[in-house]
Design a protein around this ligand. Structure first.
Ligand code: NAP
Length: 293
């Protein structure tokens, strides 16, 4: 299904990569951008990511088939407020936010009920980079996109958003909203929190110059995601606080167990934890066809 006109609100890494992917696939007629500042949007036009941009939401969404909200999750409600007076029956609305309960709650607040033409979504792809300059035309190739339709979601709208992501190269799955937020708290939000915490803890050490000078591959691998955008991650932690707190509690119990094993020279305990983790990681790398490095 070809999209005649698409509007991306927040043309950064995720929105820009969607635009690039759809252009590469020849799946979209025109892509219009909307954002806070024209400087970023001018760059997006110059790079060929979008065809044009508008400063006014009414103009940006005029005649579009699909509107994609690709701003940080803490800004979704404000964008829904700007969008609300211009929504038409034909318009499908979707988003790419990393948390889904908060986006649905924001829509409910603004629209009074969850609109039938809203299809919440989350691409499980990204990098630690931000901004339109980092957008890639193959970011979603063979990557998963989770859609979290609710009872009210119109089947036609769901089909349109599924087709859009498939055209971008993604494999689309559906999941319940709560389940999405719990699973992503454990698999994405917790590792980001740990990476930020590790780097912050090391940066506070007096001898930090020494610490970072001798940091090698393991440190780089573990901490790459601590270069992610602080606004985006503050928003995610605010939006999915309960599930993240629960995942942190679960993690803390294992960390405590390991700390005690190290303090008590409990070799068997340490080995058991490391072995269990290695078997689990090797298993999922194989299942998902990931490289182990
Ligand atoms: P990004 O590169 O920073 O792009 C976000 C864009 O939204 C910016 O280019 C900016 O465009 C606009 N924006 C930024 N802050 C805003 C604010 N406070 N209010 C309104 N607009 C703002 O971020 P991203 O990585 O694409 O993330 C966008 C969304 O995708 C987030 O909801 C995030 O949770 C989700 N997501 C990210 C990843 C990832 O790995 N990065 C993966 C999956 C989902 P203007 O300057 O033109 O306004």
């Amino acid at each position: 299904m070809k999209i005649n006109r698409l509007c991306i609100i927040g043309v950064g890494l995720i929105g820009g990569s969607l635009a690039r992917s759809l252009k590469r696939a020849g799946a979209c007629g025109e892509i219009v951008g909307f954002g806070r500042n024209s400087e970023n949007l001018e760059t997006a036009v110059r790079l060929g990511v979008i065809d044009r941009y508008e400063d006014d939401m009414a103009e940006a969404v005029k005649g579009v088939d699909i509107v994609v909200l690709a701003v940080p999750v803490g800004s979704m409600q404000k964008m829904f407020e700007l969008l609300q007076p211009h929504v038409t029956e034909q318009m499908v609305i979707t988003d790419v936010g990393s948390t889904k309960g908060s986006v649905i709650a924001a829509a409910q607040t603004v629209f009074g009920a969850i609109p039938a033409n809203l299809v919440p979504g989350h691409p499980i792809a990204g990098t630690e980079k931000s901004g339109v300059e980092a957008a890639l035309d193959d970011l979603y190739q063979d990557r998963r996109v989770i859609l979290t339709p609710v009872e009210q979601t119109a089947p036609d709208a769901l089909v349109a958003v599924r087709s859009m992501w498939e055209a971008a190269g993604a494999v689309v799955e559906e999941m319940g909203v709560e389940h999405h937020d719990e699973v992503l708290a454990a698999t994405s939000h917790l590792p980001h929190v740990l990476a930020f915490a590790l780097v912050d803890a090391l940066a506070k050490l007096d001898e930090k110059a020494e610490v970072f000078r001798y940091a090698a591959g393991g440190f780089r691998d573990f901490t790459r995601i601590a270069s992610s955008d602080p606004t985006m991650w503050t928003d995610i932690c605010m939006a999915n606080d309960k599930a993240i707190a629960h995942a942190l509690q679960h993690f803390s119990a294992t960390l405590q167990e390991l700390s005690e094993a190290i303090a008590n020279d409990d070799r068997e305990k340490m080995f058991t934890i490391f072995q269990r983790a290695k078997v689990a990681r090797d298993g999922f790398c194989e299942a998902l066809n990931y490289a182990k490095e």
